[in-house]
Design a protein around this ligand. Structure first.
Ligand code: ATP
Length: 279
């Protein structure tokens, strides 16, 4: 299948992100219009959109000076590959991931995702794609997962109530097969999410994302708070997912250069908002 590997799945070009000024009247108007069009986006999108409305003074200059968070970042994510992103705290790694996931507005630049569907364009453009559609394909796994009250099963099924996933069917057998890889029986589905350990919460959060088959998975230090065994299980889960389909890619932010770096195909580094790639 060499024809399918090393293809560009996602590319971003000349991304600039500034604090404050990125939140302007036009970006709010665009986000509201996009939100209206898709009728029921993820709650995180709604929270973000309402925060923009509450925080931003639409036609006024920002009250604090502009700060450049990302300076002209460009890069490509290739199919079947793991790209590791390192950098000091505060260098802009999480900001880059949230931009690529469509969770933060950028000041300028482009992000494009390969489209193998029957639409006329070969790529989805982040600026022209409904956020909920974008996030189905470019998913962000954060360090601290948010679970709802209820069982593991209810947490996994919850996204199917959203408009975006109403045409899809929850696949219990797929989850049970994944749980077997994680040394857990089907009984795990009935556990109360409130009583899960931090590691178990992360596993549930990961399954909740993977069940929708994203093409691009953005990982923001997902193993940072986990013990070694759970961390190993999560890494195995993520690599099984990556290798199950040639049209997938991982971008992995980590400070753990000992365990994760040897698994990487490529290494990027962020320093004060400037992204560089090892040759
Ligand atoms: N929405 C935002 N608006 C303004 N500034 C932000 C926003 N999000 C992050 N920042 C700032 O951008 C800088 C980079 O933050 P970021 O979270 O990307 O760092 P990081 O490299 O992921 O660090 P760490 O390794 O500690 O997680 C920080 O100074 C942070 O305060």
């Amino acid at each position: 299948m060499s024809i399918d590997t090393d293809r560009v799945l996602l590319e971003f070009d000349n991304l600039w992100v500034h604090s404050q000024r990125t939140i302007n009247a036009q970006s709010i108007k665009n986000s509201k219009e996009a939100s209206n069009k898709i009728s029921m986006p993820y709650s995180i999108y709604q929270k973000w959109a309402s925060k923009l409305t509450a925080d931003a003074s639409l036609d006024k200059e920002p009250s604090t000076p502009d700060r450049t968070l990302i300076s002209g970042a460009s890069g490509t994510l290739l199919s079947g590959q793991v790209t590791v992103l390192t950098g000091a705290s505060g260098s802009g790694k999480s900001v880059l991931l949230r931009i690529l996931a469509g969770l933060l507005p950028m000041s300028s630049g482009t992000v494009r995702l390969r489209n193998d569907g029957k639409l006329s364009s070969d790529y989805y453009d982040i600026h022209k794609t409904a956020p909920v559609l974008w996030r189905q394909q470019v998913a962000l796994l954060a360090q601290h997962p948010q679970l709802l009250d209820g069982s593991v099963l209810e947490n996994l099924q919850m996204p199917y109530q959203l408009h975006a996933h109403q045409s899809q069917t929850f696949d219990r057998d797929w989850h049970i097969a994944q749980l077997e890889h994680l040394d857990r029986s089907a009984d795990f589905l009935q556990q109360d999410a409130k009583h899960l350990s931090g590691g178990e919460r992360q596993l549930v959060n990961t399954l909740r994302l993977l069940q929708f088959n994203p093409k691009v998975l953005l990982l923001d230090e997902p193993t940072a708070a986990l013990d070694i065994d759970t961390s190993t299980q999560l890494v195995n889960l993520l690599f099984n997912w990556l290798h199950a389909d040639a049209q997938r890619t991982l971008l992995w932010v980590t400070h753990d250069t000992k365990d994760i770096m040897p698994l990487a195909n490529r290494h990027w580094h962020m320093q004060a908002g400037v992204l560089t790639a090892d040759s």
